[in-house]
Design a protein around this ligand. Structure first.
Ligand code: FES
Ligand SMILES: [Fe+2]
Length: 419
């Protein structure tokens, strides 16, 4: 089998991160050689109400989505000064904007006069003027103008800045904690997952396209990213019936890698560790060290593709909607280099295919599950010994819901790499 090689500058990778990736690669090769396959210790039962109970949903919003760093964008979605994007997470409207000095701000997308939205969609803006009464805000959220200020009366402008969420830009991704009062810097809670994915070099990539799909409870939507058990069955018409239904799981704190025990069909891609056959050394490309699906807790997956031989990733972000039974899955296609016309056409086709797989196969299945679990007659659902990724994910949800605020840095901050 030949490997298509795309030579690229090797991204800097901190030593401890490289050692962990080498350890994963060695374990994969050893399991393949010995034909062994690790399984979780036991089948896990889970109360089906976790997917449908409004009280549980409130706990997840308050204890998880408002306390852990969330990936809100790839850096290249807001590449230049004034570039902004809006999004909604669990009913919280967010405005993400890069200022003229290059810093990204994550702001509550709500005017401090009486709450109107300050921006919609995405674009570029030097400042944000409220469409209701005309107050104006700077790129960092500061209030800079009150319409008819003399008529309005005296207020302290400095205290009326937009609400700011703690934000950090690492490994080409923008992470924020959706609590303006959080005492934590998101960078302190990443636990080194940013170092582990630094080899992608996402900070210099290009945004190609974004699609948003709507689904049921965010965990039902995300569960399908955490196991390959369903792949040759549910996706027999799209991925084909011959794909393995097994996956290797490597846990890094709450985050994970999910890796198939065989490469995709067709010519070996540059990240195909199995075709390479050895742990990549200093002179080998990084790609095989980063093989597989990366799961960034709580709801992000990163999958690598090589349309027309160019490295690209699909950044899938599953976020809760405003209600327990609603979520969005945002599929963002990023390319390592700005694509030429032929490559872009292949990326468009691949993007449409992946939207079809998730939008027409995974999410309708999840929507039916939501309805069935909502009857209250199901009792439990089950995660098999071969579904260790799901067991790990749901275990971490419980751990975070139970954790005290003061324990978060120890729980999350040291979870992947020694600092
Ligand atoms: S709500 Fe924005 S100016 Fe009144
Ligand atoms: Fe799927």
């Amino acid at each position: 089998m030949t490997i298509m090689t795309t030579r690229r500058p090797k991204a800097a990778l901190a030593d401890p991160a490289r050692r962990i990736l080498e350890h994963h690669a060695a374990a994969l090769l050893q399991h393949t050689a010995e034909q062994t396959f690790p399984l979780a210790a036991a089948v896990m039962r889970r109360d089906a109400a976790h997917y449908t109970c409004p009280d549980r949903f409130v706990l997840e919003k308050q204890r998880v989505f408002s306390r852990v760093p969330l990936v809100l964008a790839a850096s290249c979605e807001v590449p230049g000064p004034g570039d902004y994007k809006t999004l909604d997470v669990a009913g919280i409207p967010i405005l993400l904007v890069r200022d003229r000095r290059g810093a990204v701000h994550a702001l509550l997308n709500s005017c401090t006069h009486r709450g109107a939205a300050l921006a919609s969609g995405c674009g570029a803006a030097a400042r944000f003027t409220c469409p209701y009464h005309g107050w104006t805000f700077a790129q960092d959220g500061a209030l800079i103008g009150i319409a008819s200020a003399a008529d309005f009366g005296a207020v302290e402008k400095a205290a009326l800045a937009m609400k700011r969420f703690p934000v950090a830009e690492r490994a080409g991704l923008v992470w924020a904690i959706l609590d303006p009062a959080s005492p934590h810097d998101p960078a302190d809670l990443l636990g080194g997952i940013d170092d582990l994915i630094a080899g992608f070099g996402l900070e210099s990539w290009t945004h190609v396209a974004t699609r948003t799909l709507h689904g049921p409870n965010w965990k039902l939507a995300f569960d399908a990213h955490l196991e390959f058990y369903h792949v040759p069955v549910l996706h027999r018409e799209t991925f084909g019936p011959d794909r393995s239904n097994r996956a290797f799981y490597f846990a890094q704190g709450p985050h994970q890698r999910v890796i198939a025990p065989q490469a995709r069909p067709g010519p070996a891609s540059p990240d195909d560790l199995y075709a390479l056959g050895h742990v990549p050394g200093a002179d080998d490309p990084m790609d095989p060290l980063l093989m597989g699906e990366w799961i960034l807790f709580p709801g992000v997956s990163i999958n690598t593709f090589y349309p027309n031989g160019q490295r690209a990733v699909l950044l899938s972000v599953v976020m809760p909607g405003a209600e327990v039974g609603a979520s969005t899955t945002t599929q963002t296609f990023l390319a390592e280099a700005a694509p030429d016309d032929a490559t872009r056409a292949m990326m468009d086709d691949l993007g449409a295919f992946l939207a079809h797989v998730v939008g027409d196969e995974d999410l309708p299945t999840s929507a039916f599950q939501q309805k069935a679990l909502g009857t209250g007659m199901m009792g439990d659902v089950y995660f098999g010994r071969n579904e260790g990724g799901l067991q790990h994910f749901h275990g971490w949800l419980d751990r975070l819901i139970a954790a005290a605020e003061a324990d978060l840095p120890a729980l999350l901050g040291a979870s992947c790499l020694p600092r």
